[in-house]
Design a protein around this ligand. Structure first.
Ligand SMILES: [Zn+2]
Length: 389
């Protein structure tokens, strides 16, 4: 069975804080330190270190919005519905709309940086506490914050586009320049929005006041804008040499033409309804099976592929901890056998800001401040396809 990315929109349970002392930052840090310092009771782990599973909650402090609020609903934009893979691959109009919104949203994402929570993950990696990060996020913040600590990107990444025909990947930043050249009126609009500060404010209310709505996938809503005028380029590889039996045609400026039957570029994210590559699925499973502990950071586990990671850890008998604002899907099951008045060694569940909890935890666990994060000044230099491609 292929593993698909599927959204989950049912309400989530309220968080039950375990141990009871983990309601404060200090209490949570002490419990998490006990958790990560205690070897698991079961012999199932194959001697690995702890593995982190991160979700949108870890990027909120970078100015990227979370899909879900504390009630587990889509709070950011009530009318937002993510595009599905079948719509994107089958429909030229859907692609115009997607790329137009992505064109406007890219600047905000590209200017955003990893935050203190990512930095703390880097420090925990250098301190030898964790071996691997599995992330649902497509913002590349983990790989920027800790290039030496392995990151498995469960839902792909926005830093590249990928051709649906030949699977060649291209730099998203260069693609942005191509979109700019193909869509002068949109480029003007984008420049005006940037000038007004509507795209650079990190305050969602202020963004809304200026008529913009930004979603976590780097997508922006612009009321009253006609998406059908938007143009996007064809895959250069397929344009030069179309796949057997296929047609790749462009207009005089190089924009993909609807008469084409191949050469469509897609963001290298796993869209809803799209299968996660088998190589990624296998690498994630191997990491979970090797883990001594699993630490969930900023994920409600609403997406099946993330929930499945924790379910696998639970089946392996691997201790689980979760720091997430608001409820977790199936948390009553994942923490059923953890002592509510224990020290945290068998499991921790707390609902506190990651950018407060993680740096304090990293400091407690002996991570040095000067091991701090090295954020590349130029993202393009750091561009590289994911290791499994
Ligand atoms: Zn191609």
């Amino acid at each position: 069975m292929p593993l698909m990315r599927i959204p989950y929109t049912s309400p989530l349970p309220s968080p039950t804080i375990i141990p009871a002392s983990a309601t404060t930052i200090q209490g949570a840090v002490a419990a998490l330190q006990n958790f990560l310092s205690t070897p698991p009771k079961t012999s199932n782990a194959r001697g690995g270190k702890a593995v982190i599973l991160s979700g949108a909650g870890i990027s909120v402090a970078s100015g990227l919005a979370d899909y879900r609020g504390s009630q587990g609903t889509y709070t950011l934009n009530k009318t937002y519905r993510p595009i599905y893979f079948h719509e994107f691959s089958a429909n030229h109009e859907a692609r115009k709309r997607y790329w137009a919104r992505s064109f406007l949203g890219w600047t905000t994402l590209n200017r955003s940086k990893p935050n203190r929570a990512h930095e703390a993950v880097a420090q925990l990696g250098k301190a030898g506490v964790i071996s691997c990060v599995i992330t649902q996020n497509v913002d590349s913040f983990h790989s920027q914050a800790h290039p030496d600590l392995r990151t498995l990107e469960l839902h792909g990444y926005l830093r590249s586009t990928v051709c649906l025909s030949c699977r060649t990947e291209y730099d998203r930043a260069k693609f942005q320049a191509e979109l700019t050249a193909l869509n002068p009126p949109w480029a003007t609009f984008l420049a005006e929005m940037l000038e007004s500060g509507a795209l650079s404010t990190e305050n969602p209310a202020e963004r809304r006041r200026r008529g913009l709505k930004t979603n976590p996938d780097g997508d922006v809503d612009v009321p009253g804008v006609e998406y059908s005028t938007f143009r996007y380029p064809a895959c250069p590889t397929c344009l030069a040499k179309p796949p057997e039996g296929k047609r790749v045609e462009v207009d005089s400026d190089g924009a993909w033409s609807a008469t084409s039957t191949a050469g469509i570029l897609k963001p290298a994210v796993i869209m809803f309804g799209e299968s996660i590559p088998a190589s990624v699925k296998e690498a994630v499973e191997a990491a979970v099976d090797d883990a001594s502990h699993v630490l969930v950071l900023g994920s409600s586990l609403a997406t099946y592929s993330a929930w499945r990671v924790v379910k696998r850890a639970k089946a392996n008998g691997t201790p689980i901890a979760a720091v997430n604002m608001g409820g977790l899907r199936s948390e009553e099951f994942f923490f059923a056998d953890v002592d509510a008045h224990g020290s945290g060694r068998d499991g921790v569940r707390c609902s506190l800001p990651l950018e407060d909890v993680l740096p304090a935890l990293a400091a407690q666990m002996g991570a040095k401040r000067d091991d701090a994060l090295r954020i590349p000044t130029n993202r393009n230099e750091n561009f590289q396809p994911a290791p499994w491609r």
